[in-house]
Design a protein around this ligand. Structure first.
Ligand code: GLN
Length: 495
């Protein structure tokens, strides 16, 4: 079943010439053809001829013995990465017809490693959301259903919900995501796949449409922890065009998976035991702790006292940066334009027509907290608290190698739930936001199904630039959990 492979398996199959990159690509195009109307995971599917041409080029490199680490592997690209000559929408009406004349660094790196792009995956508009319902191109549906309830459509998480749904349903072997406050990890957890937010600065932000620049980070969404390591190797690296990009060497991340975790110290942050946390989430967390103890880890209690301010400060800083970044969509330089008799009128008409409700809310919040009268009270204060949150992690990591927490406070919820209350929606990010605020790497690993048959994920958080230890621990959890479930709609089901 070509659509059910991991990247690692597919690469081995291609290298051994068990199947061709063309066959692999064709199987995925067929799967997209069958499933995309139902799931709406892709906003744009690349023309078949183009996909097959890149697959043929990959086959030629295998034949010549010059294949790169992602060669011939068909993947989805979140529609927030600029792709040269391919429409890039950020799921917004504002950019519905935007065709970039350049390639983002991350996607260029993947192409250089030989990856075959299938299309651009759906997301919340400008990556703002947790359920992929804020897309101007319609919501993505989670391929998973509650047991015995085929009728209720669930959200795939967000904002990288198109990517997580595509990988879970067999419409891509892997996909890129971006994570500002959880947008890789939470959708990965909701769809039963692996998602890695690297250390801030590990992947270049150049050519990725900006939401909140001090938080945005690209990362892989895959079916295994080793795959996340492999794909990150291809994506990461120094880029002179992003001043926050790190010049540290990129290790062979995938080799960290399978390494013994014996003697590693795993911290359990007391503050993540949020009041009202559902019993199934607590039970899964306890199970994870037991697995890591059995693998020889030492489990210790730690405290991250400022965690409780994570969400509130995130929802000041992220909107502040978004209001500044999105000021460029003015109807003058690029994107949508609505004419009006005055310049202000052009701005107003363009933004009213181009931005959806959530994006408007964020721009308004951000403009408010940055305004002269409130800057000190909100924005500056939030920046100070952010430093305290970061210090909490630094203090904890003097004592432990990683932290283990749930990824999200629930399994996937139904489309329509949580929609009338933005605060309820923002609570989804409670466990993912702190690592984003601190800039540390964090991984979500699927570890089991709840009583309703839906996947649950655990999060491993590590030190700055220590993705390797995070991947080693993630690999140990993956091995213990043996999560091999796929949703019944999977492209390869019955094949
Ligand atoms: N759900 C969070 C938000 O809406 C995180 C989004 C993200 O990481 N891009 O801001």
């Amino acid at each position: 079943m070509l659509t059910g492979l991991t990247l690692t398996e597919a690469r081995a199959g291609l290298a051994a010439r068990k199947f061709s990159a063309r066959e692999l690509a064709q199987a995925h195009l067929d799967a997209i053809g069958r499933l995309n109307t139902t799931l709406n995971a892709y906003i744009t599917v690349l023309p078949e001829a183009d996909v097959l041409a890149s697959a043929d080029a990959a086959d030629a490199r295998y034949a010549a013995g010059t294949a790169g680490i992602m060669d011939g592997l068909p993947i989805g690209v979140k529609d927030l990465f600029c792709t040269k000559g391919v429409r890039t929408t950020a799921a917004s009406k504002m950019l519905a017809d935007f065709v970039p004349s350049y390639e983002s660094t991350v996607t260029a790196n993947l192409l250089n490693a030989g990856a075959v792009f299938l299309g651009k995956t759906n997301l919340d508009e400008f990556a703002m959301g947790s359920a992929n319902i804020n897309s101007a191109f319609g919501p993505t549906t989670n391929p998973w259903k509650r047991t015995g309830d085929e009728a209720t459509a669930l959200v795939p998480g967000g904002s990288s919900g198109g990517s997580s749904a595509a990988v879970a349903a067999g419409m891509a072997l892997a996909a890129t995501g971006t994570d500002t406050g959880g947008s890789i990890r939470q959708p990965a957890a909701y769809c039963g796949i692996v998602g890695l937010k690297p250390t801030y600065g590990r992947c270049s932000r150049w050519g990725t449409i900006a939401f909140a620049s001090s938080l945005d980070q690209a990362g892989p969404m895959t079916r295994s922890v080793a795959d996340a390591g492999l794909m990150l190797e291809a994506m990461a690296g120094f880029d002179a065009r992003d001043s926050t990009s790190s010049n540290r060497p990129v290790p062979e991340f995938h080799k960290a998976v399978g390494k013994s975790v014996k003697g590693l110290r795993v911290g359990i942050p007391a503050e993540y035991r949020a009041p009202g946390l559902p019993a199934e989430i607590v039970a899964m967390w306890e199970q994870g702790i037991a697995w890591l103890k059995a693998a020889g880890c030492e489990v210790v209690d730690v405290s991250l006292p400022h965690t409780r301010y994570g969400l509130t400060t995130y929802y000041i800083i992220a909107p502040a940066e978004c209001s500044s970044n999105l000021a460029r969509y003015d109807g003058v330089r690029f994107g949508l334009r609505k004419d009006a008799p005055s310049l202000d009128g052009v701005y107003e008409a363009t933004r009213a027509a181009g931005f959806g409700q959530e994006v408007r809310n964020r721009i308004l919040m951000g403009t408010y907290v940055l305004s002269a009268g409130y800057y000190d009270a909100y924005y500056l204060k939030a920046q100070k608290v952010r430093t305290l949150i970061k210090r909490d992690f630094e203090n904890a990591f003097e004592n432990v190698d990683v932290l283990l927490t749930p990824t999200a406070p629930s399994a996937a919820f139904a489309q329509g739930e949580n929609m009338d209350d933005p605060v309820q929606m923002y609570l989804n990010d409670i466990f993912t936001v702190p690592a984003s605020m601190a800039g540390v790497p964090a991984l979500s690993v699927p570890v089991g199904l709840n009583d309703a048959g839906l996947p649950l994920g655990l999060q491993v958080i590590g030190r700055h630039f220590d993705e390797e230890t995070v991947l080693s621990i993630g690999g140990a959890l993956e091995a213990a959990a043996g999560f091999t479930h796929t949703p019944s709609i999977h492209a390869g089901a019955g094949a």
